[in-house]
Design a protein around this ligand. Structure first.
Ligand code: KIV
Ligand code: NA
Length: 264
């Protein structure tokens, strides 16, 4: 089986084919997701919340992400493997290179980092040194204490315009993929249409090229609170394999996210 590559996702965007992605942290779930055709698996720093029982993602280290990346990589054959650079692991381009190298050696094919215009130097440095980058804008959980909570982003005209500027800036800096979290469907649609790289949404409405969910949220078993934009796919299917298959086909066919999972 051939692994999904970044060019696979770019072609899907060009053809208008929507794709489903999930977070994964361990071999058993990663294998299940891989078998159900999940295009990309993200070893997210959400592991702080759903695996480590922390209140936020700030306690997660690059070593933690590397460990879980190895677990996921070994158990999969088809999915593109993306690993989060955690809080303060990319404060300088130099640190970003060292920590990204650790994640790539652990089996990641791409790293993800949070930020817009201000991380562009870091994105350029990583890409020039052969590390593919996924940027993450909108709600950025590593900035929760700056934002004063987890809130929908881009509500004013000014903030919406800044998000669009950030999206264009990270693409121009060389990011090959973009995650946009917790913004209105209007903002996400504008960003998706403005960029030629694939845009993956979470709490960002139905118009992005791909979707991502934290795996525990889609099974309805998160230790903390389950966000409005998520859906428990286990209720209507009754087993994990079918829940994941349903998520994948609901995204591909445009049934998820529905209006009740989106922000206006
Ligand atoms: O850490 C994570 O799980 C993420 C996704 C929600 C995009 O960054
Ligand atoms: Na993350």
């Amino acid at each position: 089986k051939k692994r999904t590559s970044i060019s696979t996702l770019h072609k899907m965007k060009q053809k208008g084919e929507k794709f489903a992605t999930l977070t994964a942290y361990d071999a058993s779930f990663a294998q299940l997701f891989d078998e159900q055709g999940v295009a990309m698996l993200l070893i997210g720093d959400s592991l702080g919340n759903v695996v480590q029982g922390l209140d936020d993602t700030l306690g997660v280290t690059t070593d933690d992400i590397a460990y879980h990346t190895r677990c996921v990589r070994r158990a999969t054959q088809g999915a593109l493997i993306v690993a989060d650079l955690p809080f303060m692991s990319y404060a300088t381009p130099q640190q970003a290179c060292e920590n990204a190298a650790m994640l790539m050696r652990a089996g990641a094919q791409m790293v993800k980092l949070e930020g817009g215009e201000w991380v562009c130097d870091t994105i350029r440095t990583l890409v020039e040194r052969s590390v593919p980058v996924c940027a993450h804008i909108g709600l950025m959980p590593q900035s929760v204490h700056v934002m004063g909570g987890y809130k929908v982003q881009g509500k004013s005209e000014e903030d919406a315009a800044r998000i669009l500027r950030d999206a264009k800036a990270v693409e121009a800096a060389g990011a090959q993929l973009l995650v946009i979290e917790c913004v209105s469907k209007k903002v996400a649609k504008a960003v998706t249409e403005a960029l030629s790289i694939p845009v993956i949404g979470i709490g960002a409405g139905p118009d992005t090229d791909g979707q991502v969910l934290v795996m525990h949220d889609m099974f309805g078993i998160s230790a903390g609170h389950t966000p409005k934009f998520s859906k428990n796919f286990l209720i209507e299917t009754g087993n994990m394999q079918d829940a994941v298959a349903r998520y994948v086909s609901d995204v591909a066919e445009g049934r998820f996210p529905a209006a009740e999972h989106s922000f206006d």
